[in-house]
Design a protein around this ligand. Sequence first.
Ligand SMILES: O=P(O)(O)OC[C@H]1O[C@](O)(COP(=O)(O)O)[C@@H](O)[C@@H]1O
Ligand SMILES: [Mg+2]
Ligand SMILES: [Mg+2]
Length: 344
Amino acid sequence: MSPDSTSNAKPISLTHYLIDEQRAGRVNADLRLLIEVVARACKTIAVAVGKGALGGVLGDAGTGNVQGEAQKKLDVIANDVLLEANAWGGHLAGLASEEMEHSQPIPDVYPRGNYLLLFDPLDGSSNIDVNVSVGTIFSVLHCPDGVNTPEDQHYLQAGTTQVAAGYCIYGPSTMMVLTVGNGTHAFTLDREHGSFILTQRGMMVPQETQEFAINMSNRRHWDAPMQHYVDDLLAGKDGVRGKDFNMRWIASMVADVHRILTRGGIFIYPWDRKDPSKPGKLRLMYEANPMSFLVEQAGGAATDGRTRIMDIAPSGLHQRVPVFLGSKKEVEEATRYHLKHDRG
Ligand SMILES: O=P(O)(O)OC[C@H]1O[C@](O)(COP(=O)(O)O)[C@@H](O)[C@@H]1O
Ligand SMILES: [Mg+2]
Ligand SMILES: [Mg+2]
């Protein structure tokens, strides 16, 4: 991929981009350095992922996480890399991970900053052993004023309060996609020089789409408006939508969202009856909020089928939520089916 097409001069590195944002007053030095620490950790994870079967990193760890899900070795490795890198950074007050039951304040022996970092260290774990793209997702919040040792409750802030969010995709190339609230931008890892280079400034999700991403095997477990909506997509030109739709499902949210940020589409993981006690599969704080921030900054939309995701007031660190995100008009259409059903 060619470097940022808006520039004929030298390639713009992530560091350079962040310094420009700092000069413009949109990030401060602490946030800039925090993002650089996360990017460095992602490079380490990319190396581990890239070793695959040769590095002994594939397969199950033999442990379960707080959510009762079996952990892969790479889930544990990626979590450890992010924890270690950020404990030293000096820009955080604490961090929380999908893989840990509770948040962790930065130990007293290290310098503490004013931000909270939340992450899904390895997203798409079921794809690791079959050599399909996986990723890391992260979200940055302010530590509330006057809180020196943050606890879980201090992370329960709506997505609208995020100061930065991003993901790193470990695919044919490694890319970091980032927002600090001023557009969504993609950086590709130059493996020879070890730096992330700006390759797409201002990603824009097309408003309309003919592509949807969903795990269709759950169809019989969905509720009525969801079945109705997808039936209408499948009816294509012959149905009320009047156009044919294509379907893609990678089962790595990072990879599916990356495709949508690149060429449009709608990503859906709805509530289903398989485990009615869970309001969804994906996690609000580690997956839905950061991805919603990135997609909205790229002109797209994100709802839980009824409400804007970033407006949801979180009630738990590991809270789950239905997710509909991507091309704005299609997300609005899917949301309309649910609201119409609610009105009766
Ligand atoms: O296997 P399913 O039910 O289709 O679920 C796939 C979804 O689950 C996830 O893998 C959940 O993420 P984790 O791998 O971080 O648990 C998403 O990346 C993906 O969209
Ligand atoms: Mg995930
Ligand atoms: Mg994960």
